[in-house]
Structures are given as structure tokens and as C-alpha cells.
Design a protein around this ligand. Structure first.
Ligand SMILES: [Mg+2]
Length: 275
């Protein structure tokens, strides 16, 4: 496992796919180094796209939040697990029309935006994301639909989410309950699955080996990056790493995004800087 960003030999970087929470901001607080790095990369003409397992915000919500931190981007530069779930249904089940949703309004918006009808009447798929108003009745409808043959799609597998005072159950906890009840394994849209990274990559249009993945969690971000075949960078500004030998390690570890060296791309390989 590599470490100490300034001593690394970075590949020529044309594109960047980055996580948000724990990388660019922590809750409501911006991570200044990261905002500064993205602002410089934007000026330098590097293409970047953000990927987030959070299905409770729309891309437009993220744009507004980053604008508040001083970084102006377009909604197309944000891929959420809700957007990915909608794209996944379109790609995998092109005939499917009716979906039942347990999740936030942003998830409903993404699915409706993909031409799907959100209904509890004979749904052909159940899509689950984080729903802070989940009820037993919603779970009953989901279980019934899945047992009747509806496809089962989950936005993201995160079990625990940090809060100001501790933790709350993530989407993955409720998805696991429905999976246990039905004995059906869900198709997961978010990280560590690679679908979200593939969506981001197709939006960037950059080559796989010159597009880096940046994240703060080995078990989600880095695994998704590795599965998609991208050089993957762990930044140690977010969730502390858990030792797990079954997980693929990152290719690079940095303590600040300022350590990522993009000069090889910007000035050509002959002038690659080695510190
Ligand atoms: Mg994160």
C-alpha cells in the first residue's frame, strides 16, 4: 500500500471521480484543502464528477451546497445512488414501468425523471433508499411486492450513518430487513458496487487508467474504484479506516487532496515532478 502523497508517482490524471462526505465536506463544514484542490483542478481544465451513496439529496441540492462552500459545478457533475438506481433499472429492466419506493423525495424524483411510475399498485420493482419516515406498512408493501416477483433494488448498503450526537441506521439496515424477510438479495446501485463509477466515467468521457477515484472509506469508495478498474486514492479526512484484510487496499493514501499531483497531465510526461 502506497502512502505519503508527495513521494508518489501519480499517473497522468485527466479525470477525477470523488466521494463527497468525508472528502469535500464533513456534514455542514467544508474541508478547505479539498475545496481549494477542486477549484484549482477546475481552472486547470481537469474533468471531475462527484459520486455519493446519499440518496436523500438531488444533484441540484449538492450543487447548492458546494456553491455555498465556494465551488461552482453543474448538476451533471453529481451522480447520487438515487440517480444510479434509476439508470440501473432503465438498463437492466428496460420494459419495467411501475416501481414502489421506500425512500426520500429525491429518490422518487430520480425515478420519475427516468420515466418510471411510482405506485404501490402491482409494482414490478421495489426501490429502497434511506427513508426517515419508514413504517411497518411501507415494509409490508415492499415484502409483498418482492414475494410476488418484483425486482428488489437498493440505493446503497451503508448500515450506519454518523450524526451530530452518534449514529442512525443507514439505508442498508432497512434493506437488510427486507432482504431477510423475503430471502431475496437486492441489486445495489451505490458503492462498493461499480455502477455509480461507470455512470460517472461515461459522463466524464476520460480513459479508465487516467481517471482516479478519491474516497475516505476503504469498504465502499475504494472497493468501488477498484472494481471499476480505476487508480484509487484514500484520503484520511473522513471515517477512520477499519483493518479488513478481505478488502482491496487503495493505490494511494493522502492526508489532503493538495497532495495529489496533477502536473504530469498538465505539463506533459517529460516534466513529471518527482519530489
Ligand atoms: Mg465518504
Amino acid at each position: 500500500m502506497a502512502s505519503a502523497g508527495s513521494h508518489l508517482s501519480w499517473p497522468p490524471i485527466q479525470g477525477i471521480i470523488s466521494d463527497l462526505d468525508g472528502v469535500v465536506y464533513r456534514g455542514h463544514a467544508a474541508i478547505a484543502d479539498a475545496i481549494g484542490a477542486f477549484a484549482r483542478w477546475q481552472t486547470a481544465g481537469l474533468r471531475f464528477c462527484f459520486v455519493t451513496n446519499n440518496s436523500t439529496h438531488t444533484p441540484e441540492d449538492v450543487v447548492r451546497k458546494l456553491e455555498g462552500h465556494g465551488l461552482a459545478i453543474a448538476p451533471e457533475q453529481v451522480v447520487t445512488s438515487a440517480v444510479t438506481a434509476a439508470e440501473l433499472i432503465r438498463a437492466k429492466y428496460p420494459e419495467l414501468r411501475r416501481v414502489y419506493v421506500i425512500g426520500a423525495p429525491s429518490l422518487v424524483k430520480a425515478l420519475v425523471g427516468a420515466g418510471l411510475e411510482v405506485t404501490e399498485r402491482t409494482p414490478e420493482a421495489v426501490v429502497m433508499g434511506l427513508d426517515r419516515e419508514i413504517t411497518h406498512e411501507k415494509m409490508r408493501i415492499a415484502v409483498d411486492a418482492i414475494l410476488n416477483g418484483a425486482a428488489f433494488i437498493g440505493t446503497n448498503p451503508d448500515l450506519l450513518l454518523p450524526t451530530a450526537s452518534g449514529f442512525e441506521p443507514g439505508a442498508g439496515a432497512a434493506i437488510a430487513a427486507i432482504a431477510a424477510a423475503t430471502q431475496v438479495r437486492p441489486l445495489i446501485a451505490g458503492k462498493p458496487e461499480p455502477h455509480m463509477i461507470e455512470t460517472a466515467l461515461s459522463r466524464l468521457g476520460t480513459a479508465r487508467d487516467s481517471t482516479i477515484l478519491i474516497g475516505d472509506q476503504i469498504q465502499t469508495d475504494i472497493q468501488a474504484g477498484k472494481r471499476a478498474g480505476l487508480p484509487s486514492v484514500l484520503v484520511t479526512t473522513g471515517v477512520p479506516a477499519r483493518e479488513d484484510p478481505s478488502l482491496k487496499p487503495p493505490d494511494f493514501i493522502v492526508s489532503s487532496l493538495g497532495e495529489i499531483d496533477v502536473t504530469a497531465t498538465l505539463s506533459g510526461p517529460s516534466r513529471q515532478r518527482r519530489v
